[in-house]
Design a binder for this molecule. Structure first.
Ligand SMILES: Cc1cc2nc3c(=O)[nH]c(=O)nc-3n(C[C@H](O)[C@H](O)[C@H](O)COP(=O)(O)OP(=O)(O)OC[C@H]3O[C@@H](n4cnc5c(N)ncnc54)[C@H](O)[C@@H]3O)c2cc1C
Ligand SMILES: *[C@@H]1O[C@H](CO)[C@@H](O)[C@H](O)[C@H]1NC(C)=O
Ligand SMILES: *[C@@H]1O[C@H](CO)[C@@H](O)[C@H](O)[C@H]1NC(C)=O
Ligand SMILES: *[C@@H]1O[C@H](CO)[C@@H](O)[C@H](O)[C@H]1NC(C)=O
Ligand SMILES: *[C@@H]1O[C@H](CO)[C@@H](O)[C@H](O)[C@H]1NC(C)=O
Ligand SMILES: *[C@@H]1O[C@H](CO)[C@@H](O)[C@H](O)[C@H]1NC(C)=O
Ligand SMILES: *[C@@H]1O[C@H](CO)[C@@H](O)[C@H](O)[C@H]1NC(C)=O
Ligand SMILES: *[C@@H]1O[C@H](CO)[C@@H](O)[C@H](O)[C@H]1NC(C)=O
Ligand SMILES: *[C@@H]1O[C@H](CO)[C@@H](O)[C@H](O)[C@H]1NC(C)=O
Length: 539
C-alpha cells in the first residue's frame, strides 16, 4: 500500500531493490522498524532498553529464557530479527503500530509454553513481542478478585493468592511456569475444573491492545471480542495485557494422592472402572489417570525385563482425607485407596505436589521461573464420549508397550464442565465429554532424526485411539497446540479461511464461525496471525 503512494519512477526502483536484494531490503525494513519504535517512544517510558537485536550480547539468553520445548532450541530454527521485551503497555501499543507500518510478522510470547513453539518460531522473518516483564499481580481478597498481567506465571498467581488467603485459589493449570497470556486466552484447565470450570469461566475483565494500538478493557472492546479472548486464543485478536479473575473458595486443608497399578496389579480392570465413575464423582474430587510404560518385575526368556503398563491415579480433593476415603469406598473401591496413600495439605502445597516437587518444599518454589524439567516434546489431544470396552483397553495397552515412549493422560470432565453451555466461551468441549486425552512424548536425544522418531510414535498412538475418541470433528484442545491438525499458509482470502476452518472446527466446533466473525470485525487485515490463528471470513 505504501508503494502505491510513491511516484512512478521511485516505485520502479523500489521494486527493483525488492527483487534484486531481499537481504538488504529486509535489514533496511528492520532498521526502519527500530526507528519507528524509537520515534514513537514516550519520554517517560523509553523503549530503547526493551530492544534486543541479534548483535546484542544478551539476545540469545533472552530468546532461550522462554523456550520451553527444546525441539525448537536448535541452530537451524529461524531466529527473530528482534526481541522487544515490553516494559510498559505503551511499548506494546507502539510495536503493534510500527509492525503494521513496516508489514512485519509479530509473535507474542508470555510464558513460552506453546507446545509447537508458535510464540517464538516462524516460517517467515519475524520479531517477538516478549511479555515477561509485564507480570504484576494485584489480589483483592475483599472483592475476591485479582488483576493479573499476561507475563505472570501460574505459580506467581497461586503464590500471591495464597499469600493473602488460605481459603482462596484459582482454577488453572498444573505446571507453575506456564504463562497467563497463552494459558488463559486459550482456555486453561486444571485439577479444580470439575468444581469451578476452566480459567476462562472465571475471567471477568481484560486489558487488550487491538490492531490500532488502542488499549481496551471489556467495556470498550465489547462483549464479542471479550468472548473471543476467553478461550479463542489471544494471538488472533490482539495483545492481552492483563485479565481480571474471580478467585474461588478452597478449604484450608485439601487432600491429594497418587496411586499406581501395573497390569499385574489389575490395572486394566481398575482403569475400566475409572471410566464409569471419574466424571460422575463428587465435584470436589478430580482423579487424573496417567498411563505409561515401565519395566516389569519379571524377566523374559532372554533375561530382559518385561515391560508393563502402569496406570497412575492422581487426585485432588477439596476436603479432608476422611470424607475422601468414604467417597472412594463408595464410588471407586476397586482402587483400594488407603488412609496412608492420602496426604492433607494447604491448597498452595497441593500445587507443588501436583507438579512433583518433593513433599515439604516451601511454597516459594512457585515463584521460580525455571521449569523443573526441560525436554524435547510432542503433545496431541482427543476427547472421549463413551467408555472404552475392556478388549479395547487391552489392545491399546499392548500398543503402548510396543511404542514404549508415548504416555496417555485422561483428565475427567463432568461437574461444572457439563453445566456450562458450549457457547458460553469459545471452548466447546463441555457436556457429553467424559474426559480429555493428552498424548505426551518427551525425549532428550538431540537431532531431527530423534525428533521425527518420537513425533511419529506419538502420531501412531493417536491413530490407534481413533475408534475410541470423538469423530466429525475429531475434537482437540486449543491449549494443547498440535500443528498436525492443520496449518494456515495464507494471510487472507478463501484459502486462508478454508485452511483455518480445518483446525478451527476441531478446536472450537460451532464456535469457530463466531470467532471468524469477530476476527473479521476487529482485524480485517489479519495482522494478528500465526500458524493456527483464526482466519478472516472470505469476502
Ligand atoms: C509443562 C506444561 C504444562 C502445561 N499444563 C497445562 C495445564 O495443566 N492445563 C492447560 O490448560 N494447559 C497446560 N499447558 C498448555 C498451556 O496452557 C499452553 O501452552 C499455553 O498457551 C501456554 O501459555 P504461555 O503464555 O506459557 O505460552 P506462549 O508460548 O507464550 O503462548 C502461547 C500462545 O498464546 C499466544 N500468546 C501468549 N501471550 C499472549 C498475549 N499476551 N496476548 C495474546 N496472545 C498471547 C502466543 O502467541 C501463542 O500463540 C501446559 C504446557 C506445558 C509446556
Ligand atoms: C521520526 O520522527 C520525525 C519527527 O517526528 C520524523 O521526521 C521522521 O520521519 C520519523 N522517522 C521515522 C523512521 O519514523
Ligand atoms: C543490549 O540491549 C540492552 C537493552 O536494550 C542494552 O541495555 C544493552 O546496552 C545492549 N547491549 C549491547 C551490547 O548492545
Ligand atoms: C539451547 O541452545 C543453546 C545453543 O546451542 C545452548 O547453549 C543452551 O544450553 C540450550 N538450552 C538448553 C536448556 O538446553
Ligand atoms: C486382581 O483381581 C483379582 C480378581 O478380582 C484378585 O483376586 C486379585 O487379588 C487382584 N490383584 C491385585 C494385586 O489387586
Ligand atoms: C510379559 O508381558 C506380556 C504382556 O505385556 C505378558 O503377556 C507376558 O506373559 C509377560 N511375560 C513374562 C515372562 O512376564
Ligand atoms: C528398564 O530395563 C532396562 C533393561 O531392560 C534398563 O536398561 C533400564 O535402565 C530399566 N529402567 C528403569 C527405569 O529401571
Ligand atoms: C524380552 O523383553 C525385551 C524388553 O521388553 C524385549 O525387547 C524382547 O523382545 C523380549 N524377548 C522375548 C524373547 O520375549
Ligand atoms: C467401606 O464400606 C464398607 C461397607 O460399605 C465397610 O464395611 C468398610 O469398612 C469401608 N471401608 C473403609 C476403608 O471405609
Amino acid at each position: 500500500m505504501a508503494i502505491q503512494r510513491l511516484p512512478h519512477i521511485l516505485q520502479l526502483s523500489v521494486l527493483l531493490v525488492l527483487s534484486t536484494s531481499w537481504a538488504t531490503s529486509a535489514s533496511a525494513d528492520h532498521e526502519n522498524f527500530v526507528h519507528c519504535l524509537l520515534n514513537h517512544s514516550q519520554p517517560s517510558h523509553p523503549i530503547a532498553p526493551a530492544i534486543y537485536s541479534p548483535n546484542n550480547a544478551s539476545y540469545s539468553s533472552v530468546l532461550e529464557s522462554y523456550i520451553r520445548n527444546l525441539r525448537f532450541n536448535t541452530s537451524t530454527t529461524r531466529k527473530p530479527f528482534l526481541i522487544l521485551t515490553a516494559l510498559h503497555e505503551s511499548h506494546v501499543q507502539i510495536s503493534v503500530v510500527c509492525a503494521q507500518i513496516h508489514n512485519l510478522q509479530m509473535k507474542i510470547r508470555s510464558g513460552g509454553h506453546d507446545y509447537e513453539g508458535v510464540s517464538y518460531v516462524a516460517e517467515v522473518p519475524f520479531f517477538i513481542l516478549d511479555m515477561f516483564n509485564l507480570r504484576s499481580i494485584h489480589v483483592d481478597i475483599k472483592s475476591e478478585t485479582a488483576w493479573v498481567q499476561a507475563g505472570a506465571t501460574l505459580g506467581e498467581v497461586y503464590y500471591r493468592i495464597a499469600e493473602k488467603s488460605k481459603t482462596h485459589g484459582f482454577p488453572a493449570g498444573v505446571c507453575p511456569t506456564v504463562g497467563v497470556g497463552g494459558h488463559f486466552s486459550g482456555g486453561g484447565y486444571g485439577n479444580m475444573m470439575r468444581k469451578y470450570g476452566l480459567s476462562v469461566d472465571n475471567i471477568v475483565d481484560a486489558q487488550l491492545v487491538n490492531v490500532h494500538g488502542e488499549l481496551l478493557d471489556r467495556k470498550s472492546m465489547g462483549e464479542d471480542l471479550f468472548w473471543a479472548i476467553t478461550g479463542g486464543g489471544g494471538a488472533s485478536f490482539g495483545v492481552v495485557i492483563a485479565y481480571k479473575i474471580n478467585l474461588v473458595r478452597v478449604p484450608e486443608i485439601v487432600t491429594v494422592f497418587r496411586v499406581s497399578r501395573t497390569l499385574e496389579q489389575n490395572a486394566t480392570d481398575i482403569v475400566y472402572r475409572w471410566q464409569y465413575i471419574a466424571d460422575k464423582l463428587d465435584d470436589d474430587l478430580f482423579i487424573r489417570l496417567t498411563m505409561d510404560v515401565v519395566n516389569g518385575t519379571s524377566s523374559n526368556s532372554s533375561g530382559e525385563n518385561n515391560k508393563t503398563l502402569r496406570a497412575s491415579f492422581i487426585a485432588m480433593f477439596l476436603g479432608d482425607s476422611e470424607r475422601l476415603l468414604s467417597i472412594m469406598n463408595k464410588s471407586f473401591p476397586e482402587l483400594g485407596l488407603k488412609q496412608s496413600d492420602c496426604a492433607e495439605m494447604s491448597w498452595a502445597q497441593s500445587v507443588l505436589f501436583w507438579t512433583s516437587f518433593p513433599t515439604g518444599t516451601a511454597t516459594e518454589a512457585l515463584l521460580s521461573r525455571t521449569p523443573q524439567v526441560l525436554t524435547r516434546l510432542k503433545r496431541k489431544s482427543d476427547y472421549v464420549k463413551k467408555p472404552i470396552p475392556k478388549t479395547g483397553l487391552k489392545w491399546i495397552f499392548q500398543k503402548m508397550i510396543e511404542l514404549e515412549a508415548p504416555m496417555l493422560t485422561f483428565n475427567p470432565y463432568g461437574g461444572k464442565m457439563s453445566e456450562i453451555s458450549a457457547s458460553a466461551t469459545p471452548f466447546p468441549h463441555r457436556a457429553g465429554n467424559l474426559w480429555k486425552v493428552q498424548y505426551a512424548t518427551n525425549w532428550d536425544i538431540l537431532g531431527t532424526e530423534a525428533s521425527d522418531h518420537y513425533i511419529e510414535l506419538t502420531r501412531k498412538l493417536h491413530m490407534y485411539m481413533t475408534p475410541f475418541v470423538s469423530k466429525n470433528p475429531r475434537e482437540a484442545f486449543y491449549n494443547y497446540k498440535d500443528l498436525d491438525i492443520g496449518i494456515n499458509h495464507n494471510a487472507n482470502g478463501m484459502s486462508s479461511y478454508l485452511e483455518g476452518r480445518v483446525y478451527g472446527i476441531k478446536y472450537f466446533k460451532h464456535n469457530f464461525d463466531r470467532l471468524a466473525n469477530v476476527k473479521t470485525k476487529v482485524d480485517p487485515g489479519n495482522f494478528f496471525r500465526n500458524e493456527q490463528s483464526i482466519p478472516t471470513l472470505p469476502h
